[in-house]
Design a protein around this ligand. Structure first.
Ligand code: F6P
Length: 351
């Protein structure tokens, strides 16, 4: 193996899973905090895929590399939904790449899936390092130098799908985008006295649907966490919309989370909701699927600020990390930056 000798402690930073507006602010803060503290900051491009690929995917960052990115949506270091990292061989290669680069401090930004994967990497680190030594892929000297992985997870996903932080980076921006879109739809709905079914993102999480329904005063919503019992909703929903019309309401909006299900776990699609309403109301119903527009665009001020605070805090923690420091989720609770044990957050999220 290459035995690159790095003088300074090095922190790797990657973004993973669905991109989230505000990731760039967190990256900027993390890189600059690391440099300021005398560490090297290395961006690992394309998320876990880049971690497994190594080589050019590892990019040492300078102060100016993260200039002028705060206002941009997405993530400038790229992201991916990696299948490579799901295999043990992929993770073994990832550890080899990190050791070759002298990195045993890592920041992973992502949602539930990405942080679960990061937690697994942390747990497997000692045995993967031992295997790399046993098979001659790394020098025992290096293995001794890096007995553990210091890991900080940052919840970043528009879904707001992590226990351990009140908000994940990107959720606030997505909510703004949805509220704007639903306001627009409301105007055309009212003009025609129509019902619109609006599908919002959230494969397993109804946060965006619930909060956007509240923020726009929508008439009904369907989310995965609260499946309607039986099929009575198919009668109740159109009845409620009819009552609204009778009382003079010109627009009706039903928000459906992408992952909405019934009590038997069967998906309730926006199209099915449309058909159900049309059957019992004498009017045409339109479906709007907001899709990836919810994830794009400039981050809100909140996501920039929160990204900056947690990116800074994550590097601070890694600077002080000792071999027995457990991985932490750096997030916010009651408007304060907080740390919670990552493993517990991941387990509670799955529950
Ligand atoms: O994880 C965020 C998210 O936007 C989910 O709400 C959505 O289900 C999914 O990503 C869409 O993923 P993709 O980028 O693969 O289309």
């Amino acid at each position: 193996m290459k035995n690159t000798h790095h003088e300074k402690p090095r922190v790797g930073i990657l973004t993973s899973g669905g991109d989230a507006p505000g990731m760039n602010a967190a990256l900027r803060a993390a890189v600059r905090t690391a440099l300021e503290a005398g560490m090297d900051a290395v961006a690992i491009r394309e998320g876990f895929r880049g971690l497994v690929a190594g080589g050019d995917a590892f990019k040492p960052m300078a102060w100016d590399d993260v200039g002028g990115i705060m206002h941009m949506g997405g993530t400038v270091i790229g992201t991916a939904r990696s299948t490579e990292f799901r295999s043990r061989e992929g993770r073994l290669q990832a550890v080899q790449n990190l050791l070759e680069q002298g990195i045993n401090r890592l920041i992973v930004m992502g949602g539930d899936g990405s942080l679960t994967a990061a937690d697994l990497l942390h747990r497997e680190w000692p045995e993967l390092v031992a295997e790399l030594v046993a098979t001659g892929r790394i020098d025992p000297e290096i293995a001794e130098k890096f007995p553990s992985l210091a890991l900080a997870g940052i919840g970043a996903s528009i879904d707001n799908d992590m226990v351990g932080t009140d908000m994940t980076i990107g959720a606030d921006t997505a909510l703004h985008r949805i509220a704007e879109a639903v306001d627009g739809i409301g105007a055309t709905a009212a003009s025609h006295q129509r019902t619109f079914v609006v599908e919002v993102m959230g494969r397993h999480c109804g946060y965006l649907a619930l909060m956007s329904a509240l923020a726009t005063g929508s008439d009904a919503l369907l989310i995965p966490e609260a499946p309607p019992a039986g099929d009575s909703w198919e009668t109740i929903l159109p009845r409620r919309l009819r009552a609204g019309r009778a009382a003079g309401r010109r627009d009706s909006i039903v928000i459906v989370a992408e992952g909405a299900i019934d009590s038997d776990g069967r998906p309730i699609t926006a199209d099915y909701v449309k058909q159900t309403i049309e059957k019992q109301m004498e009017e045409e119903v339109r479906v709007t699927i907001l899709g990836h527009v919810q994830r794009g665009g400039a981050p809100s001020a909140y996501d920039r600020l929160m990204g900056t605070l947690v990116g800074h805090a994550a590097v601070d923690d890694l600077l002080d990390a000792r071999p027995d420091t457990p991985p932490m989720l750096v997030g916010v609770r009651h408007n304060r930056v907080t740390r919670q044990p990552l493993t517990e957050c991941v387990e509670a999220t799955h529950e």
